[in-house]
Design a protein around this ligand. Structure first.
Ligand SMILES: [Zn+2]
Length: 160
């Protein structure tokens, strides 16, 4: 199989296991810092609002992707609920080994936001999960939060 052909299964590829030491520092930026600080300290989501386009970004952006207006002073608070826009059930790891427990990964649009982000869905929710499902974030206990997306344990089907 040539490199340019579409690969249907990851086991068809030739792979070499090894390690490459890579050191990096990822900075959150202004918007990311405020987003993750709100999650860590308050267990809340924040976003930025472009009044011109009437668009809310969460995760936030310091500029509007549509009109390029600065949004540095346009912060809004959002609920911890949202809608599943897309999802997949992962049953194998990257080596093709079956996982002990399937994992559900979803694109979630917070209520009021116009963009999405990717996070885990509680595996106990697989049978009730569908596109359009209303979900809510389950945050880790405050003392365990570190200011990352992992401060959100997962999303689960929202209690209506
Ligand atoms: Zn705009």
């Amino acid at each position: 199989m040539s490199f340019l052909e579409k690969h249907q299964r990851n086991v068809d590829l030739t792979a070499f296991d090894g390690k490459i030491p890579v050191h990096y520092r990822y900075t959150l930026g202004l918007a990311g810092d405020k987003f993750f600080t709100a999650i860590k300290k308050d267990g809340k989501f924040v976003g930025t609002h472009c009044e011109e386009c009437d668009v809310i970004y969460s995760p936030p952006s310091v500029y509007c992707e549509r009109c390029f207006a600065s949004l540095e002073d346009s912060w809004v608070e959002l609920p911890s609920t949202g809608t599943v826009v897309a999802f997949t059930v992962v049953t194998e790891d990257d080596q093709g080994k079956e996982l002990d427990c399937p994992q559900v990964i979803a694109a979630i649009q917070l209520d009021g936001a116009d963009n999405t982000f990717v996070h885990r869905i509680c595996d106990c929710c697989i049978e009730d999960l569908a596109i359009g499902a209303h979900v809510q974030a389950v945050f880790k206990p405050k003392k365990e939060r570190k200011g990352t997306l992992d401060d959100i344990e997962y999303f689960e089907i929202a209690a209506e």
